[in-house]
Structure formats: C-alpha cells, structure tokens
Design a protein around this ligand. Structure first.
Ligand code: ZN
Ligand code: ZN
Length: 370
C-alpha cells in the first residue's frame, strides 16, 4: 500500500510502501481512498512547522480532506456497505474523563489539547490507498457528490462558524422579518476575507443563507477566484484596488466577517470597520511574524459600544459534517460549474512532491487515486 509520509526527524517527505491496515474491531470500515485534498495545513506539516507521528512511528501519513469508497465492513457496521461513498472526520477525542467536550462527542471543543487528528497530530491521515476507521467517524455521502465531496471537510469550517453565528446572534433581535423565506442571513451583509477554498466555500454558504456577500482578497480582478465569487452572486473586492475603508464604504454596516485568510494585520484592520451588532469569526492560523501596531482603543470602544462579538473556530462536529454534505448538494444544484471550478487540479499520488513542497498554485488541488 502506498502512502505519503512526513518524517520529521529526517526532515523528509516521501512516498512509502507500507502494510495495508486491517479491520480490527467489529465496527471498523475499510475504505479505498478516492481523493484527498491538499491544503495549507498539509504544506505546513511538510515544512515541519507541526505534525506529530503516531506513538511508535517515526513518520506521519498526512492528508485530512478525503473521500473514500467503502471496500469492506466489520460485522457490527450497520449504516455503511461496500460501494458507499464516505467522508471521514479528522479529530478524535482525548481520553481524559474530565474533558466534558470529548466525553459529550464534541472533540472539536476539546479542553485538554490531547486530542488526535488524522493526518495532523498523533494519527495517520488519508493520503494512502487504504484507510480503516470506526464507522462512527464516517459520514455517508450521496453518489451525486463523487466529484466534489473532497470539499466537504474544508466546508465544515464555515458550517461550524455559521452554527455559532446563529447561536451568538440569537442573543439579540437580529433576524429580519422576512428571513424565513430567504435564509437566516437575509438583509445582512457578510465580508469574507480571503478567496482560497475555505473563503470561497464560506462565501457559498453565506450566499445560500441569504447574506449580501463580499469577498475581499488580494489579487486584482479578473481572476479565477473573483470569477467564482461573482458566479455565485457574491461581490469580489480586491485589496489591491480598494482599501479597507473603501471596502467598508461599499458594504455599509458589516454584520458578519468570515476570516479565511490567516492574515492577522488585515483582519485587525477590518475588525475596526465591523458594524453595529456585528460578529467576526477567525478561522485562519497565521504564521508568527513581527508585531504590528493596531489602534486598540478604537477596537475596544467598538466592541463595547457596538455590541460586537469576536470569536475563533477550529475543527468540526459530526453535525457540521452533515450540514456540509447537505450544503454541498445544494451548491451543486445552484452553481455546478462554480463548485467544480474550486478543484483546479487532480493529480496522481506520484505528483505529491511539487504539490506539497512547490509553490502553491490554483485553488484546491487534489490527489486522485487510480
Ligand atoms: Zn485542510
Ligand atoms: Zn478532550
């Protein structure tokens, strides 16, 4: 069995031949991997910024954005059968009894930090011909998503953010009177920071919820990312041609900011323009750069005087995966070409080196297993 492994001690990334994993419990499911998406996290692991091999291994098989096909099931598996398409979740709970999040099935809110994540931290990932996991970590995907379900995992970031936005904004009268027919975001304005896959999938989720959605990103238009944003009814604004002040003047009251850029300086510039009763969600993890100065008095005044909420969000629950699958079906009905256009390349496993270590290109690149 082939897989892509990072060996931190040797600072090496290579294609290795290993033994196929076997069904080891009655509820295990064996998957033949179909596609694995490559993202910034994978690239960072491949530059040895983080990434932890499982106990007893000197290497970590990477990959966490996956689509597999069920090849075999254990005797206790009830909900999956050979041939089914499956997206497997990434994080596994810590084993501390006092972690109420993990104990309640919400490892995405783990308190201890001792969770594991397949392909990232303490557990092998999905860039492998064959993957075995427990049925409870898998999500059945309709056959119609065969070509796009690899986007489910990156979409879960927006789904978790939205779920939290609804609950936090529920503290105030927020929904407009006609939102029932138009989605919970109707008569609200959202700004997405960044036009990578997480940003564009987030924009799709926001547009579908009825938000008047703006995507603010570096590159000047026209470009393929701007084209996708516009094709779904969002407005693309380039940071090269419009300052944050100009963006804010165009949008009006910014009700939601969905940060998907990992750019902290830009984020704290935009936070200063967040509107009355606005909410700002961070999803990016910036690299550590030199400190920058921000007007903390202004930010704090606004947060208080405008009743603002600012929060960060990582990982996703099973419910968020289910929401992502449902939304992806809807996106494919609304904007089939735009969803397809997010996947800018499919490559064989052997092309891993340039994809993981070369210059980033395109939007979402995918390893497709033969
Ligand atoms: Zn990812
Ligand atoms: Zn925990």
């Amino acid at each position: 069995m082939k897989s892509i492994a990072v060996i931190p001690a040797e600072r090496d990334v290579k294609l290795i031949e290993g033994e196929e994993p076997k069904l080891s419990s009655p509820s295990d499911v064996k998957l033949r991997m179909l596609e694995v998406g490559i993202c910034g996290t994978d690239r960072e692991i491949c530059s040895f910024q983080y990434g932890t091999p499982p106990k007893g291994f000197d290497y970590l098989v990477i990959g966490h954005e996956s689509l597999g096909e069920v090849a075999a099931v254990g005797p206790a598996v009830a909900g999956l059968k050979p041939g089914d398409l499956v997206v497997t979740m990434v994080r596994r709970p810590c084993l501390h009894e006092e972690c109420v999040s993990c104990v309640s099935g919400r490892a995405d809110f783990c308190y201890t930090g001792d969770f594991t994540e397949r392909g990232i931290k303490g557990a092998h990932g999905f860039m492998a011909d064959i993957v075995v996991d427990d049925e409870r970590n898998m999500n059945l995907v309709p056959a119609s998503l065969r070509d796009t379900a690899v986007l489910v995992e990156p979409l879960t970031i927006a789904e978790k953010a939205l779920t939290q936005i609804w609950s936090m904004q529920g503290r105030l009268p927020w929904a407009c009177p006609h939102s029932a027919a138009h989605g919970l975001g109707h008569c609200h304005r959202a700004v997405v920071l960044g036009a990578g896959p997480v940003g564009l999938l987030g924009a799709m989720a926001l547009v579908r919820q009825g938000f008047d959605t703006y995507v603010y990103s570096r590159e000047t238009a026209p470009n393929p990312k701007a084209a996708i944003a516009e094709s779904i009814g969002a407005k693309y604004v380039s940071a090269e041609t419009a300052s944050v002040d100009q963006l804010a003047a165009t949008v009006g009251n910014i009700d939601v900011v969905y940060e998907a850029s990992g750019a902290s300086r830009l984020s704290f510039e935009v936070i200063q323009r967040l509107g009355v009763n606005g909410i700002f969600v961070f999803t990016g993890v910036p690299g550590r750069k030199a400190p920058v100065s921000i007007d903390t008095d202004l930010v704090m005044r606004n947060v208080v005087l405008k009743n603002q909420a600012v929060f960060g969000s990582v990982n996703a629950s099973r419910e968020n995966f289910q929401d992502a699958i449902r939304d992806l079906v809807a996106f494919n009905e609304l904007w089939p070409a735009s969803v397809q256009a997010l996947i800018t390349g499919r490559y064989p496993l052997a092309a891993y080196h340039d994809l993981l270590l070369g210059r980033p290109t395109g939007i979402k690149n995918v390893l497709a297993f033969a």
